[in-house]
Design a protein around this ligand. Structure first.
Ligand SMILES: [Zn+2]
Length: 203
């Protein structure tokens, strides 16, 4: 139905989270009929993701490609370096930061276990988390598993509990407030603060 450039656009954009083929088609025509400058700006920011962004060597949060190896959390001496908050994704970290309650460090896992596949997902930054704790055993006192209260979040948390147990650090999970099936990313500041403050130790 559509000519090749539009079809290709739809194929690529429909794969993005939250965008289906119909929205992709609307986007394609909106961009095509709009000013050229909008398309060029989009091209520039997409290239910037490759060129100007990379991940922190410690927590795997995104940093600017400016020669510094650590992000502004890991590199900040006024943060609490004894506590590591494990999150599924960068946008969860942003929500926790906005809540203003948490002043420790983070670890971005890059996903969760799948409910359909029992294998340990290879792309998760699990070995990196273990290495990080092993390398600074005296420094890390608590690991907060701030994973969404979903089946996938539970599977991941249970695996992490077993994985972290030998390291003898205190392991906690978010407490009350977040309804089952919800996503940390979309929690409001008050709920998230409450869940962080009422976090429970896993023994
Ligand atoms: Zn970092």
């Amino acid at each position: 139905m559509y000519p090749k450039p539009i079809k290709e656009f739809i194929d690529k954009f429909a794969k993005l989270p939250g965008i289906g083929p119909r929205q992709a088609a609307r986007l394609a025509f909106w961009l095509l009929n709009g000013p050229k400058e909008t398309r060029q700006n989009l091209k520039r920011v997409l290239e910037g993701l490759d060129k100007d962004a990379r991940t922190c060597g410690l927590c795997h949060y995104v940093i600017e490609n400016d020669g510094n190896d650590k992000c502004h959390f890991c590199d900040n001496p006024s943060r609490d370096h004894k506590t590591i908050c494990v999150v599924e994704k960068e946008t969860d970290l942003a929500t926790i930061e906005r809540s203003g309650t948490y002043k420790g460090l983070y670890h971005v896992l890059g996903g969760l276990f799948s409910a359909l596949d029992t294998a340990v997902p290879k792309h998760l930054k699990l070995p990196e988390l273990i290495n990080r704790i092993e390398n600074r055993k005296k420094e890390t006192e608590e690991v907060i598993l701030a994973l969404s209260p979903t089946h996938e979040g539970d599977l991941t948390a249970h695996y992490l509990e077993r994985l972290l147990k030998p390291s003898k650090v205190k392991i906690t999970r978010l407490g009350r407030g977040l309804p089952y099936g919800s996503d940390v990313e979309f929690a409001d500041a008050q709920t998230l603060s409450g869940a962080l403050e009422s976090r429970k130790e896993i023994k």
